[in-house]
Write a protein that binds this ligand. Sequence first.
Ligand code: NDP
Length: 282
Amino acid sequence: MQNQKSVNKNAPDHYVVMGNPIAHSKSPLIHTEFARQTHQHLQYDRSLVAIGHLPEALTRFHEAGGKGANITVPFKVDALHYVDSCSPRALQAGAVNTIKFDTEQGCFGDNTDGVGLLRDLRINLQWPLDGRKILLLGAGGAARGILAALLEQQPALLMIGNRTLATAQALVKEFSALGNIQASEYAELQGTFDLIINATSASLAGVILPISPALIKPDTYCYDLAYGKGLTAFLQWAQQHGCERYADGLGMLVEQAAESFYVWRGVRPETQSVLQMLRASL
Ligand code: NDP
């Protein structure tokens, strides 16, 4: 393989997104567009990896000359165990979504989900977070990946609501040094919130969460990490109960990808045109 690499100097640098399932992934489209825009010579593919086989898949890809990988559901925690070193934000999240091979620290892992969400909320949408009451619905991998970034914005309260209370309580224990963070079951949630973020996978199944509409006030912002054609189930619910400012997670998807691209290539792509292209393609 070394020989093949050295004779073919004009071959594109190779990147991949690994997950299971993976056919739906928009990452190849996004990174190909970033590369075109920034004149980077690279190829980006998707790879379906069998559950439990991420290490072999990554090693094979690296040995074949691969430069980096995105890791998606359900392998982000496995990826943390694979890398030789990782960024503080990946360590804090307990998950890796971006791998860069052959760095000075060996195989390097990062997590760009938190910064991706923040860029979408703060820069694209211009929603305020500091001093606000935030309700985060869900306590899975995505919630874990964005918690530190949200707490860095110093909200007055970050309440985690989850179907399984123990999972939310475990996150509270882990992240309590970073800010005012609490946990609740859905039925016990009370008061109103300035921002409600849905980080459950319920929207993907069209399931409406059993939370009170009274949590929403007219100026509450609602954000769903999920996205699709039209409004997600959560955003439909929010709109029906008077929410006027809402957004889905397509912007986060593009922003976390842009951060991965920066980690790999040292170049920041422009995201708005890519977001518009993706939106039109849904
Ligand atoms: P996980 O499987 O790790 O976590 C799922 C979460 O959803 C848990 O909190 C689970 O609760 C909850 N949940 C699932 N089904 C139901 C239900 N029927 N009723 C109530 N709660 C439910 O998934 P992830 O955290 O990885 O992903 C969550 C979402 O975030 C997905 O929609 C994913 O597509 C999206 N995402 C979007 C990104 C983006 O860039 N826009 C990036 C990453 C994720 P419990 O603990 O009780 O099981």
